[in-house]
Design a protein around this ligand. Structure first.
Ligand SMILES: Cc1cc2nc3c(=O)[nH]c(=O)nc-3n(C[C@H](O)[C@H](O)[C@H](O)COP(=O)(O)OP(=O)(O)OC[C@H]3O[C@@H](n4cnc5c(N)ncnc54)[C@H](O)[C@@H]3O)c2cc1C
Length: 468
């Protein structure tokens, strides 16, 4: 009897170096590739059109790539456990293969799939794929999870790394024509409005092109000194590709490590950023309360008295702080934002406007093409001063100083805030004279940074004192 198995695509929308897919292909005569779309149609506090549009494009491209292999992607919609059960029965599959997802929702669903397979008496195989090291394998000498990045990263960097495998060449015959599949989705599937942002090109091919550009055009070589400069391309721009698994982390790591000796200092800096990604995966895994509460017990219950009107000005990029507005407008127009700007805008919302970091976290998730629960939560809690290894609460970045330090010529600001195009650069990095806007139609700074800094320190200090 030929052996049929299912490969359940999740955050691994690629055919190259896909661990579970490789194992499935080796173990079976026929691998039926499956992807299950969520079917929520209400209001989505954490989702918007940008990331879903990117997903639609990735699924279309995956579907084409599978057809080229002589296979057929089966797309269903609903709850993964119910849909997989249906498919197992329809195809008489003897096993389900998938790559592990360490996200709160991903791990909960995995437990259900294991239980489902046990109930149906079929095999269930899950694999490490999206990270170089799983949360349970990077622990302190005493076997405890880390709470601080530096010792975590030292351990992480020293662990042996798995080499990538090649591209899959065959999955056996396609699923029987009687096995139904939805067409690749559009935003209408989730009742989402059209995507108006200029998001990156989706799909495995486009991601491979981005990786090639990053490594071969010299951007990686300059990554160490340049990565904090938001104007132009100074970073890899691969976060959405890692988020959806269009590239394997093993391949990115191996290709960077294979660069010339001269590039190695920058490669080391880059690899440490990849370790931040896995640090936050581990934080969410070991401390799932961060999803709703402050990581640090000291800061749980901290008040955030910021107003809805102030939040709106931040969200629309009209705060009157050019660097903050540039970051927010880049986000609104592209579904992405440079890391330095994510820190500046997040700190501004929490420390200057005193708005709850959870509001900013959700807004970013609605907009970001690379929106990822672990990294986004980690970044927000870091910026709010409440997270794992966060900056101490009293170290509050001054947006004017950040601006002059990282965008001295105002190149980035002028790209995203066209009203300021003709304003001399030196005027962009300090509050304008009272009542005199920097340009027609551009607002005055909505707050005074020094006043709000003091207010923020007072809120934190009061909370701390009351907890003792
Ligand atoms: C408030 C805030 C929210 C964030 N939300 C997200 C998010 O939802 N999704 C996301 O992928 N990243 C998030 N980040 C991290 C970081 O900003 C992005 O990963 C980075 O800007 C993506 O651009 P890049 O691929 O060019 O990064 P590069 O500088 O080229 O870095 C390479 C890769 O390392 C990882 N990485 C880099 N910096 C970080 C970091 N600080 N934390 C975790 N991983 C990192 C990413 O996977 C990135 O693609 C957030 C940071 C902050 C401060």
């Amino acid at each position: 009897m030929p052996r049929t198995v299912l490969h359940w695509f999740r955050r691994d929308l690629r055919l190259t170096d896909n661990t579970a897919l490789q194992h499935a292909a080796q173990a079976a005569d026929q691998v039926i590739p499956v992807c299950i779309l969520s079917n929520w149609k209400q209001k989505h506090g954490w989702t918007g059109p940008n990331r879903q549009q990117f997903l639609c494009g990735c699924l279309e491209s995956l579907s084409k790539n599978l057809t080229t292999l002589g296979s057929r992607l089966i797309l269903r919609s609903g709850s993964a456990d119910a849909e997989l059960e249906r498919l197992i029965r329809e195809t008489r599959a003897e096993a389900v293969y998938f790559n592990r997802d360490y996200d709160i929702f991903g791990r909960a669903m995995e437990a259900k799939i294991h239980a489902l397979c046990a109930r149906l008496g079929i095999e269930c195989h899950s694999y490490q794929d999206s990270v170089l090291h799983e949360p349970e394998t990077v622990l302190t000498g005493g076997g405890q999870p880390y709470r601080v990045y530096t010792p975590y990263s030292k351990n992480w960097l020293n662990l042996p790394k798995t080499a990538p495998q090649g591209r899959i060449t065959s999955l056996g015959p396609p699923a029987d024509a009687a096995i139904s599949s939805l067409p690749p989705p559009t935003l209408a599937h989730w009742n989402l409005p059209p995507c108006t942002a200029e998001i990156p090109t989706p799909g495995e091919r486009a991601a491979r092109d981005r990786l090639k550009l990053f490594i071969e055009s010299g951007i990686l070589n300059g990554y160490g000194p340049q990565r904090n400069i938001p104007a132009g391309q100074t970073t890899s721009l691969l976060s959405q590709d890692l988020r959806f698994g269009l590239l394997s982390i093993r391949e990115i790591y191996q290709r960077c490590m294979a660069c010339t000796t001269a590039a190695q200092p920058s490669v080391q800096t880059y690899v440490k950023e990849l370790a931040w990604r896995e640090f936050y995966v581990a934080i969410l895994w070991h401390y799932p309360h961060v999803f709703e509460q402050e990581f640090a017990p000291d800061w749980q219950g901290l008040p955030w008295p910021g107003s809805a009107a102030d939040f709106q000005r931040w969200a629309t990029g009209t705060t009157g702080f050019p660097i903050v507005d540039a970051g927010m407008r880049q986000l609104l127009q592209t579904g992405l934002m440079h890391n330095r700007l994510r820190m500046i805008t997040a700190m501004f919302l929490t420390k200057d406007l005193h708005c709850d970091w959870r509001l900013g976290e959700a807004f970013f998730m609605q907009q970001l093409v690379d929106g990822d629960n672990a990294s986004n939560n980690g970044g927000w809690q870091w910026s709010a001063g409440t997270g794992a290894d966060a900056a101490p609460y009293f170290r509050i970045q001054n947006p004017w100083l950040q601006s002059v330090r990282f965008d001295p010529e105002g190149t980035y600001i002028k790209q995203w805030v066209p009203e300021l195009k003709h304003v001399p650069a030196e005027l962009l990095h300090k509050p304008p004279a009272p009542g005199l806007p920097l340009a027609k139609g551009y607002p005055l700074p909505m707050v005074d940074h020094h006043t709000e800094r003091d207010r923020c320190l007072a809120i934190f200090a009061k909370h701390k004192a009351e907890r003792v």
